[in-house]
Design a protein around this ligand. Sequence first.
Ligand SMILES: [Mg+2]
Length: 317
Amino acid sequence: MPDAGHEFALIDRLRSRARAHTWLPLGIGDDTAALRLASNRDSLVTVDMLMEGTDFTFPPATAALAGRKSLAVNLSDVAAMAGRPRAAFVAVALPRERGSAFAVEFLDGVIQLADEFDVAIAGGDTNIWDGPLVASVTVLGEATGRGPVTRGGARPGDWIFVTGRLGGSLAGHHLTFTPRVLEAQKLHQAVELHAMIDLSDGLASDLRHILDASGVGALLVADAIPITDDARASNDNRTPLEHALGDGEDFELLFTVSPEDGQRLLDSPPVACPLTQIGEIRSEPGCELVQSDGQRQPLPALGWEHRFASPQSSGSG
Ligand SMILES: [Mg+2]
């Protein structure tokens, strides 16, 4: 077997460390993998590309944390559909100058999280080059019997909920978060989830995706929004609330349910993580934020923006 400085050796390592799964009759080692996902349910497919300098920097990230995050962001997307992740395909461009130990550590970070969530590493492509780390992971999953939860099902009168706490993710949470896969399934089982999304770009931005897809508006209660200690501790010129609305990479779940189901969730939460009602869906378009003094203002346009540089813009938000 060639040493770990060789691309083939890295694939061998993935293969030897990958566990057997009943839904993976053919894993790494042939021209394609063969999957046997549930035939009576939708298959869920998602892909995300992460880049050194944008999604992680070394330090504070380690190779293992970068590997972990490369898979975790995809698991979070499957969670957002209330699905079960089953298999992952890992394509990575590894920086030559960081050496083979970095490559091995990166892959181990992926494998460890895959094992945690019983996800098969079904394929991979490892390249070594003179550029920075770039990782693209594709995850396949299965919808549960109740079907995938989309962004488009929010109805006027729905209560808006969020899991966990928001803001300040850059302090470390974005590298170490646990995707809410199990929580999503438990919520899906307990109540009828009308619409759901995972918070990657920031509450203000991701809520708009639900509102746009559902053709509705919303009222958010500023005081109700759960804020992390990291957001409160941040001593830049932004308030903790602004961090919670705009930071992004919380990887929490944002979802809407009927008021009856919402009350059920508050009375007997099916998950151990915090569950907070932060507002309400209404039929009028747009989104307003209600302050503690009762004043309403349009939800500020905060959040990560994906766009090209232009003479008028600095490129990121
Ligand atoms: Mg998402």
